[in-house]
Ligand binder design. Structure first.
Ligand SMILES: [Mg+2]
Length: 308
């Protein structure tokens, strides 16, 4: 189970998420033109340092840190990790997540109830952006992986499409770590009751353009943007990872989040070794970790949760 290729791809889940996030952070809510070079420049609406990841990775790492205490993921530990991050006074926090965490719920159950009590739009991309590390906890158990992806998503986003998106993506991340392919997305969707709905959206992403899914603060358009970038980036080797992340940024909108979502799956497919070295050395962020720390953390999660 723990061969070097799989360990590299497991580390890629965290490193790819962080790289996409930190790449997109400087371009959030903009749409860079074709003449503009894309690099890990920092800045943006919240004046990020170059290489600094944002709330997307910070929340993913709250999950990852709970996962490192495995076997299994304690959902109360995830909820506590979210509150701990909230208490660190983060620069950026999603609207929906803020409305849930402001109550500082003391358990997963209380957090989910708070999420259920929200009215208005509930399908933001904030649960999908952080879901990838759950896959590392359940490399031995696909069904439990999917179940937990839904449960962690529901902590803040009580929304059917958001839950389904988290399940699809987490399954695909797990599948990519195990098989080094992107086949998990379609494979999972094909086996669900909503196969027609998601296959149509995936077809649109593969054949369309960002103008067809422009509202990528919404979980559905965020997933489509990530899938568009992954299936459109024209490379068949590890250089596919940075190319696809750049496409997420060029699609505009919530660039750090679409690139973080894509980055989790790209890293699972191509491994930490596919993240360009100059990005890897720049990466840092909450809770005081670096890119190399993420590689070590991913290894700890896999070992803590592996039967082998
Ligand atoms: Mg962000």
């Amino acid at each position: 189970m723990l061969d070097d290729g799989r360990l590299d791809r497991a580390a890629g889940v965290l490193l790819g998420t962080a790289a996409g996030d930190a790449l997109g952070a400087g371009y959030e809510f903009t749409r860079p033109g074709p003449e503009q070079e894309i690099d890990m420049i920092g800045g943006g609406a919240f004046d990020w340092a170059p290489g600094e990841w944002t709330d997307d990775t910070a929340m993913a790492l709250a999950i990852a840190q709970a996962a490192a205490d495995g076997p299994g993921l304690e959902i109360d530990a995830v909820a506590a990790g979210f509150v701990r991050w909230y208490d660190s006074d983060p620069k950026d926090i999603g609207v929906q997540t803020n409305r849930v965490l402001a109550a500082r719920p003391a358990s997963a159950r209380a957090m989910h109830q708070q999420a259920m009590s929200l009215d208005g739009l509930t399908g933001g991309n904030g649960s999908l952006m952080r879901t990838a590390p759950i896959a590392l906890c359940y490399l031995d158990d696909a069904a439990e992986c999917v179940r937990m992806a839904g449960a962690v998503g529901l902590l803040t986003h009580h929304d059917q499409q958001a839950v389904e998106a988290c399940k699809i993506w987490t399954y695909a991340v797990r599948h990519a770590v195990l098989t080094a392919t992107f086949d998990g997305v379609r494979e999972y969707v094909a086996a669900t009751d909503s196969a027609d709905y998601w296959n149509r959206l995936l077809d649109q992403a593969e054949n369309g353009a960002p103008a067809h899914f422009p509202n990528n603060g919404w979980v559905v358009h965020a997933l489509q943007t990530a899938w568009w970038a992954i299936t459109t980036a024209d490379a068949s080797g590890p250089e596919h990872l940075p190319l696809a992340l750049e496409l997420c940024v060029r699609a505009g909108g919530d660039t750090d989040t679409t690139a973080a979502i894509a980055g989790g799956l790209l890293g699972a497919r191509w491994g930490a070794s596919a993240v360009p070295a100059h990005w890897r050395t720049m990466l840092h962020g909450y809770p005081g970790l670096t890119g190399e720390d993420l590689v070590a953390l991913a290894t700890r999660i896999v070992k803590a949760n592996s039967a082998a």
